[in-house]
Design a protein around this ligand. Structure first.
Ligand code: ANZ
Ligand code: ZN
Length: 838
């Protein structure tokens, strides 16, 4: 049995594509606009661990799609690059003293080699890396535009502080109250930060989601993050202090049920509200709260804590005196940092009221006893004076109008979205191009002096004060003011890793331009990105930040579209297996033995283990290394397997048996070359199979349903194995359809069929509709040999497909329910017999 020589073939064609610049793309003006496509991958961070099997999943998908588009006459931009500023390289530098640039460039080298070994059709002349001076010059330039538009400001704000990384973290980098990178408990610290005013774009970031071809789930993640909320601010007079306390509420209709108030521990009025008798308790409480993250504080499941301030406010609707508490379930950063609490109709308030024995007054007719649980649904108002008899919506309207008439309230809109803490106290990032002058204040570095390059440092360790290691280089910090020429100091904060990835899709358009981030012609030619594919972990922040910068660039007249990424597809995660003991603890894969099919035991103890789906992780020893797969099975098999595992968007476990199956398929294709190609016309039947295949593969490739396209090509190959010859028309159409999927093998077959390379430049095969119409057959379905149902299907359907069709029949579901299927027999085009027991 021959085995196709994939390593020779793959090497040969990779060299060919490289040498001939097969995938070089230019802004050819003769191509009409609708034939220009920009297909983008989320570029990787070049980690020391190298490529993960998750990377090629998205990259293969876009590669197939791009090759398919090219064969259909499109001019396709398909670039790749590296998101190369980042913490791991810096942490490695701190540990070993190796310059992060050295580590990063070595990793890029390795990534590039690995990516190339998969045969992707990138235009490598457009490669960018965000850490290079020619790239970050423009990242700095964009920052200056933000600064000049008043969208970057300095503030001394309480930030999340990682005591181990010694750096500030944005909320997004805090997971469960811990540093996303190192896992340390996050605390709070006041520090001077650069902040970007993304909130100024909140409405546009929300509304323009409507113009995008993104999944509903990603859109709703974006809109929840922005978190637009319509409500009212209401003033409560303080009983003795004369002042008033303002709250934000979305439920002004419940005002008659407000029985106490709460201010956040960091609220500016806390000091004033605290009475002498309560002072000690309040101080103690505030100290404790300062160690908790927002997430911990607002977690519904967490026990409510709080302390009475000693002061009272007056409820404006009924003039009742209500106590003011201090509690950390109210966040200082949202609304006004204070609330009116309505325990009868808000779950958190209810829990708090129960714990501290505060009154609960029902103000909407509830279907539960509000002394036992909160009623948060709609209802008719009661105990509510002029609102009695109204439902929630009408009552809110009525109350808001009343509050505005009285001059004690105002309809308000709030957003969950916070401004973006943009600075890092790190070395390995873009320096922020500003100087601080004692007489002129903050002055931008003139644009013609960009890039402001990173100086060399002796130590990469952040100064424990929270400042970056750059503060330790006086030659760099001490400078002259670009405005007055007097002595000035450089800003020592650097930008976060997000910065470079906010606009890389624009640099690919014109990567070597030294006059602008990209030429207007290139931007107009390619934008927007037609298809963007990447992992769902970027569903919120990367996309939100990039969309924000894009809109700023739009306002500056630099880009011509309101959104950067027209269509977005999130690939599912590739998982793996792990083995679980009875107590649910997991066993590393190398401690497991398969003693019989699907029967696993722990080697050391013999304990029976259950196989479960799990994330790939070093500790479970279930990480698949793409290099090994390519080495053992070839890049084409790896590509095909990742696409054959299931729909692109769903998460699916890696199984090496599946990979072998795909490999056998490619080997079967290869062995067809042992036949001589015949110039005879194929049979009517074979023609029909071919045209049905072209139709299905065309449709499925176009809609990114690669797994079903591959199945269909497998069917065609099976049919070819049933005949003796190899009709040229069928063989060549098959090669063309295979070309996007297994580009190396297809090039080789195309050459063997007597053509000049490259198959990548050939036209996609066309089908004739009349040849795709199926002959129907009737299939009988038996259970234990007894006829139970019949189905009509197209002739020539694969066994698996018939079986699954049979199992879907209502009568069959009924009759097999609760029974064990011990065997199934499928005679194609004729019969299915299901043998059951019990
Ligand atoms: C009274 C009330 C009664 C409320 C009721 C809700 C239900 P969204 O939709 O998320 O905007 N709130 C306001 N500011 C807060 C803060 N800084 N920290 C914690 N909670 C805060 O939620 C708005 C509601 O969340 C507001 O409406 C307020 O509680 C609370 F039956 O006011 B409500
Ligand atoms: Zn100055």
């Amino acid at each position: 049995m021959s085995t196709y020589p994939f390593s020779e073939i793959e090497k040969k064609w990779q060299e060919f594509w490289d040498k001939n610049r097969t995938f070089k793309v230019t802004e050819d003006p003769s191509v009409p606009i609708e034939k220009r496509k920009y297909v983008l991958d989320m570029f990787p961070y070049p980690s020391g661990a190298g490529l993960h099997v998750g990377h090629p999943e998205g990259y293969t998908a876009t590669d197939i799609y791009c090759r398919y588009l090219r064969m259909n006459g499109y001019n396709v931009l398909h670039p790749m690059g590296f998101d190369s500023f980042g913490l791991p390289a810096e942490n490695y530098a701190i540990k070993t003293g190796t310059h992060p640039r050295t580590t990063t460039e070595k990793n890029i080298e390795n990534f590039r080699k690995q990516i190339k070994s998969l045969g992707f059709c990138y235009d490598w002349d457009r490669e960018v890396s965000t850490h290079t001076e020619e790239y970050y010059r423009w990242t700095q330039w964009i920052f200056l535009q933000l600064y000049k538009k008043g969208l970057a400001y300095e503030a001394e704000t309480p930030i999340n502080w990682c005591p181990s990384c010694l750096t500030g973290l944005s909320n997004e980098e805090v997971k469960d109250g811990k540093c996303e990178r190192c896992g340390s408990l996050v605390s709070r610290k006041n520090i001077r930060q650069w902040i970007l005013k993304i909130t100024a774009y909140a409405d546009r970031l929300l509304n323009d989601l409507d113009t995008l071809d993104w999944s509903d789930s990603i859109k709703s993640m974006q809109s929840n993050w922005i978190g637009r909320s319509e409500g009212a601010s209401v003033q409560f007079k303080l009983e003795k202090l004369g002042d008033s306390l303002e709250v934000y509420t979305t439920r002004s209709d419940t005002l008659f049920g407000a029985t106490y108030m709460v201010v956040a521990p960091e609220h500016p009025l806390v000091e004033k509200l605290t009475t002498e008798t309560q002072r000690e308790a309040v101080e103690e409480y505030i100290h404790q709260a300062s160690h908790k993250s927002d997430l911990e504080r607002t977690d519904l499941a967490k026990d409510k804590t709080g302390v009475f301030s000693g002061s009272y406010a007056i409820n404006p609707v009924n003039k009742k005196k209500i106590p003011i508490w201090i509690a950390d379930y109210v966040l200082v950063s949202y609304g006004t940092g204070a609330i009116m609490a309505v325990p009868a109709h808000d779950t958190r308030d209810w829990e708090f009221a129960k714990k501290f024995d505060l009154p609960i007054i029902e103000v909407l007719k509830s279907e539960v006893n509000v002394q036992e649980q909160a009623w948060t649904e709609d209802g008719i108002h009661v105990n509510s004076g002029f609102l009695d008899g109204l439902n929630k919506e009408d009552a809110i309207e009525t109350m808001n109008s009343w509050l505005e008439e009285q001059g004690i309230g105002k309809r308000t809109i709030n957003y969950k979205l916070r401004d973006w803490v943009f600075s890092r106290q790190r070395y390995w990032g873009e320096p922020i191009p500003l100087v601080h002058c004692t007489s002129c204040g903050t002055v931008p570095v003139p644009e013609d002096q960009l890039p402001l390059t990173l100086p060399e440092v002796d130590s990469y360790t952040p100064s424990g004060t929270g400042e970056s290691p750059l503060v330790t280089i006086p030659e760099w910090v001490e400078t002259t003011c670009p405005s007055c020429g007097g002595p000035a100091k450089r800003e020592t904060n650097t930008m976060p890793q997000w910065a470079g990835s906010c606009w890389y899709y624009l640099r690919y358009l014109d990567p070597h331009n030294s006059e602008a981030l990209a030429s207007k012609e290139a931007i107009d030619y390619w934008m927007p990105v037609d298809l963007y594919v990447g992992g769902a972990e970027h569903a919120v922040l990367h996309l939100l930040y990039a969309r924000f910068w894009h809109k700023v660039l739009y306002d500056l007249g630099i880009v011509n579209t309101i959104e950067p990424f027209q269509r977005l597809v999130n690939q599912g995660m590739i998982t793996s297996f792990a083995y679980q003991r009875a107590d649910k603890t997991l066993v590393a894969t190398d401690e497991v033995e398969e003693i019989a099919p699907d029967t696993y035991v722990e080697k050391a103890t013999g304990e029976k283990l259950e196989r479960v789906i799990a994330k790939m992780s070093k500790s479970l020893k279930n990480v698949i290394n793409p290099d090994e797969i390519i080495n053992d099975y070839g890049a084409d098999a790896m590509r095909t397997y990742e696409m054959f595992m299931g729909p692109l968007q769903v998460s699916k476990p890696w199984a090496t048996t599946g990979l072998s199956g795909v490999y056998r398929f490619l080997d079967r294709v290869w062995r067809l070359t042992e036949r001589t190609i015949s110039e005879d016309a194929p049979s009517e039947y074979m023609l029909k199979v071919l045209h049905k295949t072209i139709k299905k593969v065309t449709k499925d490739t176009n809609s990114l349903d690669f797994n079903t396209a591959i199945s269909q090509m497998m069917i065609l190959v099976n049919e070819l194995y049933k005949i003796e010859d190899l009709p040229r028309s069928i063989w060549e159409a098959l090669i063309l359809m295979l070309a996007p999927y297994v580009p190396h093998l297809a090039e080789e077959l195309w050459e063997m069929a007597g053509h000049k390379p490259s198959v990548a430049n050939q036209n996609w095969p066309k089908y004739r509709e009349e040849l795709t119409i199926d002959d129907e057959v009737e299939i009988v379905i038996q259970i234990n040999g007894k006829l139970r149902a019949k189905i009509q299907t197209a002739k020539g359907i694969a066994k698996d497909a018939i079986l699954s069709e049979a199992m879907k029949q209502e009568r069959i579901i009924e009759l097999t329910e609760g029974k064990t299927i011990i065997k199934t027999i499928v005679v194609p085009d004729k019969l299915v017999n299901i043998v059951v027991k019990g």
